[in-house]
Design a protein around this ligand. Structure first.
Ligand SMILES: [Zn+2]
Ligand SMILES: [Zn+2]
Length: 344
């Protein structure tokens, strides 16, 4: 394939996303060309401080593609194959990779889909083809398959936080990532799942999805509510969705002695959380950040989806490419919208 162009969404600023013709370079050896069938909008892409330092860029890293071209030397894929393609992929041989810390691999940081997921067509770099492309099973819908990447991030965070049988879990922030934590924690054997948010529709949705108890943080003291249903102890694992000091401190105040605070979202770079060392020491609280996900987690996520994890219930809005700006606006608003899926 010679160089051409494709229609894609270009993020310039949070209120300036444009549908543009973007250059698509010639397909190189080892690469795949895909038509994007569907792509989810990530809440992280609605964090303006995070996007501002990358702009202008074509967002979208939750894609499902269909193979339309194969570069020289690519075996095992044919036109029409439905695949998940990760936006980053590790080298699999460096020290970080050998230790399983794929997101710290230099290749992982450097690779990306060209131009991105919110595009009609995209090129999958050779490193990604080698390390993190997954075939979508026939029974799994495109919409469900857009959850491979976000669910992989949740699989990794849950693993790092040690969520397992008998645990009492608190999830602060019931956007789509919080809801995925609720769904997954139940299947990992959590004994009690508490959901906390300030939006009533999100609270009721999380109860439908399996949260045992929901707490409206605008009406109740969350630490009091959590202690009331955990024999005064607190939650064994607290997952903090919002990337704010207030949410992190609130989460810290709800962790049981010996428990874990899971930080799922970054704060902006200049934000400082005054770490309560005294409390953390005597209560032996473990603080575990979790950033993105690597090949083992995308495989796990696909298995959960293929086994019927009911993620399609989380899709609240669907758009074509020119609706992406409106989709991000809804994600940023963080009220009714959970997963917004774009079909280029
Ligand atoms: Zn994301
Ligand atoms: Zn590596």
């Amino acid at each position: 394939m010679a160089a051409t162009t494709t229609r894609a969404i270009v993020y310039h600023t949070s209120d300036d996303l444009r549908l543009e013709e973007v250059r698509l370079p010639a397909l190189k050896p080892g690469e795949l060309l895909v038509r994007i069938r569907a792509c989810g909008l990530c809440p992280g892409e609605a964090m303006d401080w995070y996007m501002a330092r990358k702009a202008p860029l074509v967002p979208g890293h939750e894609p499902v593609g269909e193979v339309v071209g194969t570069g020289e030397g690519v075996a095992g894929y044919a036109s029409g194959d439905r695949i998940f393609v990760h936006h980053h992929a590790p080298c699999l041989v460096c020290r970080h990779c050998r230790r399983g810390d794929y997101v710290h691999c230099e290749t992982f940081r450097r690779t990306k889909l060209i131009p991105g997921g919110l595009s009609e067509f995209a090129i999958v770099p050779a490193e990604v083809v080698r390390a993190d492309v997954l075939r979508i099973p026939p029974g799994l819908s495109d919409e469900a398959a857009t959850f491979v990447e976000p669910l992989a991030c949740v699989v990794k965070a849950a693993h790092r936080a040690g969520i397992g049988p008998g645990d009492r879990i608190l999830v602060i922030g019931l956007g789509v990532m919080g809801m995925l934590h609720v769904l997954l924690a139940r299947r990992l054997g959590a004994e009690l799942i508490i959901g906390a948010d300030r939006v009533s529709s999100r609270l009721s949705r999380s109860a439908q999805l399996g949260a045992d108890l929901v707490v409206d943080v605008t009406r109740e003291s969350l630490p009091d509510a959590v202690r009331a249903c955990t024999d005064g102890a607190g939650a064994d694992v607290v997952v903090v969705g919002p990337g704010t000091v207030e949410a992190i401190q609130l989460g810290f105040d709800c962790v049981a002695p010996g428990g874990t605070l899971s930080l799922f979202t970054p704060t902006p770079p200049d934000v400082v959380w005054p770490f309560p060392v005294h409390d953390a020491y005597f209560r032996e609280i473990t603080v575990v950040p979790s950033y993105s996900a690597g090949p083992p987690e995308t495989k796990d996520a696909l298995q959960w989806l293929a086994a019927g994890l009911p993620v399609e219930a989380l899709v609240t809005h669907r758009y074509s490419l020119d609706g992406a700006a409106e989709g991000y606006r809804l994600v940023r608003e963080a009220t009714e919208a959970l997963k917004v899926v774009v079909r280029p």
